[in-house]
Ligand binder design. Structure first.
Ligand code: MHF
Ligand code: KIV
Ligand code: MG
Length: 296
């Protein structure tokens, strides 16, 4: 099946993504927020690495995604970009960096490319964002549109709620998808929408859809990396759509506790973790040790 583990993998371009879409091969997308997470996503063969504003919550400990600034996003983008050699990179435009005018949005998108090293940008919203999407994509920066559950608009949506559940909601979703496609979006991310609805929307579009919590009928899938790796504090809430493929947190916790025990018991550092010194040097040093600092 398709592209495998990388290393010498060729650079993924929009054309690569287009050809996967044509072949009906699912497009793999994963978030990253720093050098190590960018590195593992890239070398494990993800086609797209997304610097999502969810990093506000998972990497910065903020309450939601609305607090993170453009400058903070750029810092994370630069770290991810140093690690990613093959994957196509996209970053979320954070709340406040694109809503006021298409010109402001383009300025922010250009910063993501020039300062963040990103290849494309993602922004939340449907039909109402069409002129913004057009402005950015006509300037040569690929735009992924994010519809369905749009976390930056959680207070209008009444929280992190499933979208497109009613017939009217599904019609709105389809209208949004068609509008952002017409405006030039190169991909449409669909978050937290019933599978059947997302599948029908995907069929009506001629650009790939990337689903999160929207079932198997999308052209590709995305998850937040720390979620799928189980790399988060005990007891943290996880959306129903997250499948956990590893227990990185458990392993990290086990390691730190073992280190603590061994420091307390003096089992660490044992001799193999220390540097040798010759007996002669040691004897010579011991001879003078009491005099050092007492001179004059
Ligand atoms: N770590 C993390 N993972 C994510 O997937 C994620 C973030 N953060 N932050 C930004 C958004 C917020 N996300 C969320 C958060 C909660 C639900 C949630 O509570 N879903 C409910 C369904 C609620 C309903 O019935 O309408 C669930 O049970 O999954 C969904 C998406 C997805 N994104
Ligand atoms: C969850 C994905 C789609 C995202 O927008 C993010 O990570 O911020
Ligand atoms: Mg986001």
């Amino acid at each position: 099946m398709g592209s495998t583990t990388a290393g010498t993998r060729k650079k993924v371009t929009l054309q690569t993504i287009q050809s996967l879409y044509k072949k009906n091969e699912p497009i793999t997308v994963l978030t990253a927020s720093d050098f190590p997470s960018g590195h593992v996503a890239d070398t494990a063969g993800m086609e797209i690495v997304l610097v999502g504003d969810s990093l506000a919550m998972v990497a910065m400990g903020m309450e939601d995604t609305n607090e993170v600034t453009m400058d903070e996003m750029l810092l994370h983008c630069r770290s991810v970009n140093r690690a990613v050699k093959s994957a196509f990179t996209i970053a979320d435009l954070p709340m406040g960096s694109y809503e006021t005018t298409p010109e402001k949005a383009l300025t922010s998108a250009i910063r993501m490319v020039k300062e963040g090293g990103m290849k494309g940008v993602k922004l939340e919203g449907g039909a109402e964002m069409a002129s913004t999407i057009r402005k950015i994509s006509q300037s040569g920066i690929p735009v992924m549109a994010h519809i369905g559950l749009t976390p930056q608009r959680q207070h209008s949506l009444g929280g992190f709620r499933v979208q497109g559940k009613s017939a009217a909601g599904a019609v709105k979703l389809l209208r949004d998808a068609l509008a952002v496609q017409k405006a030039g979006a190169c991909m449409v991310l669909i978050e937290a929408v019933p599978s059947e609805i997302a599948e029908i929307v995907t069929r009506r579009l001629s650009v790939p859809t990337i689903g999160i919590g929207s079932g198997n009928g999308c052209s590709g899938q995305v998850l937040v990396q720390v979620d799928m790796l189980g790399n988060f504090p005990e007891g943290r809430f996880l959306p129903k759509f997250v499948k956990t493929y590893a227990d990185v947190w458990g392993e990290a916790r086990r390691g730190v506790e073992a280190y603590r025990e061994e420091v307390k018991s003096k089992a660490f550092p044992s001799v193999e973790y220390t540097y040798p010194v010759s007996k002669e040097v040691l004897e010579e040093f011991e001879k003078v040790v009491d005099e050092v600092g007492e001179e004059e």
